[in-house]
Design a protein around this ligand. Sequence first.
Ligand code: BTN
Length: 223
Amino acid sequence: MNRNIIWLDRCDSTMIQAARLAGEGAPHFTVVGADEQTAGQGRLGRSWHSEPGAGLYVSIILRLPQAGLLTMALGLATSEAIGAPCDLRWPNDVMVGRKKCAGILVTAEHGAFICGIGINLNHTWFPPEIAEIATSLRIETGREQSRKVILDKLLAAVERWIAVDRATVLETFTQRSSWVRGKRVVVEGVHGVTDGLDEDGFLWLRLQDGTRHRILAGGVREE
Ligand code: BTN
């Protein structure tokens, strides 16, 4: 596929720049990347630590008829691009060991999906407030990572995964994630043991009283 890649030295957030370009009619699979983000955005209104030059910060404009299981497909694509053994924490955090090394944020703007992917590549430290929960590929593997190589793998994997049918996305995510079944977690104050995904990709929790509770969104943490 012809890729339209726009690379910026510095921007507020590639989410903002990609949304602006989507509003101007940028085509499907336009990729906006930056060396540095001054206002990187995370899920649930959080910020995304974007050390200049250390990470891969991209937003991909996807013009798809519906979101389907897009965030999960992007999680699978990101974990494949990373290569190192990793885990997927529902809905789409990419973990190496117990720490997060990549995150995904999807918004809908101007009739397109803006798919933000941040991968911690060559960070050697993190600010104290996230040092316990964040890691980078460099820290985990001891090797310098090539942003270009990972970007190429990522775009190829995204292309592949957005074309995959829902059942395969659900099945593969379930196979590759240790978080989907049998993990004792807390989600926004609700405690339970994870009990699989429903057909829309929502997460079932088995509560202590035996009932099942469906998680539609939120941050899942191990208890
Ligand atoms: C999360 O796990 O909270 C989602 C993090 C998403 C970060 C990426 S970095 C590229 C793109 N631009 C942003 O401002 N956010 C996403």
